[in-house]
Design a protein around this ligand. Structure first.
Ligand code: GBH
Length: 491
């Protein structure tokens, strides 16, 4: 680079944490090796394979169970400060319960963590990224209030075995996706489709489970281990379609329903659910002839137990939608979260489309989300725990749109920091291509390309990997940078 155009560039602080993220079911494979128990994704993909777009599953995925050394080598190639991965509950506790710990699972995660620490890469561990032990699902999963005890027991096992080295814990990844998609709909395991009753029942118990895991860490492990423990939400940007009060209210309702419902109880001053969405659900329930709201209330004691239980607010951010108040729809006899919201969503034609139908390049969407969370919750410590772009299958290593997406997102990060947001780190989704849930392998999110035809699951750096590496190393965004060759090395 000639240096002139970069002089005016703003920099990321030396202690700003740059990393990449993955999740167990999406990368590990080895679905039944060394004593791992069945989880809800194993169960669904094996028993109902047609729900996955390409009829695939995570049986092998990127085979990170056998390739963890190569994964850490990739982190070194990229020069990462940190790596976010998730623990497979059913690998560690094959029955779901803490009475039986699988030693091979402990060894696998020890190996991964120790390999990272050898090279000074900070492990950031998610306890739950969607792969519930099937046995616990059969007992109701997040619809059963006992999930709070089961999850706490599991969390304690994780803190006990890994907490001497893991200093950053995320309890649960994206509550709304778990509850709405998994319980109230059919777009994620366990595809219960049990209406909005399922969605909100899950919401309450999930929050209690999170709070138990947080308090366990805070009371019994933090004093000796000294790490951070928090939770991560899917935060999309929802702008009002027009300036009308109705559209603005609709956009606010969508924010409350998508993340406020799950993060207000933890981060708001008063605790408990956000008022507008709670009122809406209660009104809809009454209109439909129910004697009380389908949103289960917290007792005062529960409210107090959940409030304040996160050391940071984790933001998974991808895209944006424009929101309008629609004509009041006819009463739906199947109560759903969508029916409760009763809003319209729009995507402008000129937003660049990705390989995923829901993911568009929306201007300033990450900045707007970070500002919203900052203002809504009185300036919490923030981490971007996921952010990324989907390619369709035709795109190989020349992923120019991903390069454009990451540069724009990181520009938003700098803007947010300038505006006073207490943002400590940024993790790109994803380190490598992986199993994209219901889309199977038909969408690729990796900085590295995974060859699924190759039994070795060879990983190759895409153009975006070189660009991300350059940013991480130099701490600024150089728009003139082009990789000289596509040969990746460790600096
Ligand atoms: C993350 O979820 C997951 O944590 C990760 O495992 C996954 O691989 C990654 O993203 C990529 O998908 O705008 O109404 O069409 C992302 C969750 C999924 C939330 C799509 C918003 C769009 C709903 N997002 N969803 S809509």
């Amino acid at each position: 680079s000639h240096g002139l155009s970069v002089k005016h560039q703003r920099s990321f602080a030396a202690d700003f944490v740059f990393g990449c993220a993955t999740a167990s079911y999406q990368v590990e494979g080895a679905w039944n090796e060394d004593g791992k128990g069945e989880n809800i994704w194993d169960h669904m993909t094996h028993n109902k394979p047609t729900v996955i777009k390409d009829l695939s599953n995570g049986d092998v995925a990127a085979d990170s169970y056998h390739n963890y050394k190569r994964d850490v080598e990739i982190m070194r190639e990229l020069g990462l400060d940190a790596y976010r991965f998730s623990l497979s509950w059913s690998r560690i506790l094959p029955t779901g319960f803490a009475s039986e710990i699988n030693p091979a699972a402990i060894e696998y995660y020890n190996n991964l963590i120790n390999e990272m620490l050898k090279y000074d890469i900070k492990p950031m561990a998610t306890l739950y990224h969607w792969d519930l032990p099937q046995k616990l699902q059969e007992l109701g999963g997040f619809a059963n209030p006992l999930i709070a005890e089961w999850f706490e027991d599991y969390a304690r096992v994780a803190y006990e075995h890994f907490g001497d080295r893991v200093k950053f814990w995320i309890t649960i990844n994206e509550p709304k996706e778990i509850c709405h998609q998994g319980y109230g709909s059919t777009t994620m395991a366990p595809i219960l489709n049990s209406t909005a009753f399922g969605t909100y029942l899950c919401a309450k118990h999930l929050l209690l489970a999170h709070a138990n895991a947080y308090h366990a860490y805070n009371n019994d492990f933090r004093p000796t281990q000294g790490g951070e423990c928090g939770i991560t939400f899917a935060v999309s940007w929802y702008d009002a379609l027009t300036d009308s009060d109705e559209d603005k209210f609709a956009a606010e309702l969508k924010k409350q329903g998508d993340y406020g419902l799950y993060s207000d109880p933890i981060f708001s001053e008063e605790g408990g659910y956000p008022t507008d969405i709670a009122k809406r659900i209660s009104e809809k329930s009454a209109q439909q002839g129910f004697s009380k709201s389908r949103l289960p209330e917290f007792t005062e004691e529960e409210k107090a137990w959940v409030r304040g239980t996160s050391d940071f607010y984790g933001v998974n951010h991808y895209t944006a939608k424009l929101i309008s108040a629609t004509e009041h729809k006819e009463l739906n006899d199947v109560p759903s979260y969508e029916d409760d919201l009763d809003i319209g969503t729009f995507v402008p034609e000129d937003w660049q489309k990705s390989g995923a139908d829901w993911l568009m390049m929306a201007p300033k969407s990450l900045y707007n989300c970070l500002m919203d969370v900052h203002e809504r919750y009185n300036a919490p410590v923030l981490y971007v725990t996921e952010n990324g772009w989907a390619d369709s299958l035709e795109v190989g290593l020349s992923d120019d749109l991903r390069v454009e997406y990451y540069r724009a997102a990181l520009e938003d990060v700098l803007d947010a920091i300038d505006a006073g947001v207490n943002l400590k780190g940024y993790l790109a989704w994803s380190l490598i291509d992986n199993f994209e849930w219901m889309s199977g392998y038909s969408q690729r999110f990796g900085l590295y390309y995974v060859d699924y035809e190759d039994p070795a699951r060879t990983r190759t750096a895409k153009k975006s990997a070189f660009v991300y590496k350059h940013i991480v190393k130099n701490r600024y965004i150089d728009y003139d940078y082009e990789p000289e060759s596509m040969t990746m090395t460790i600096d």
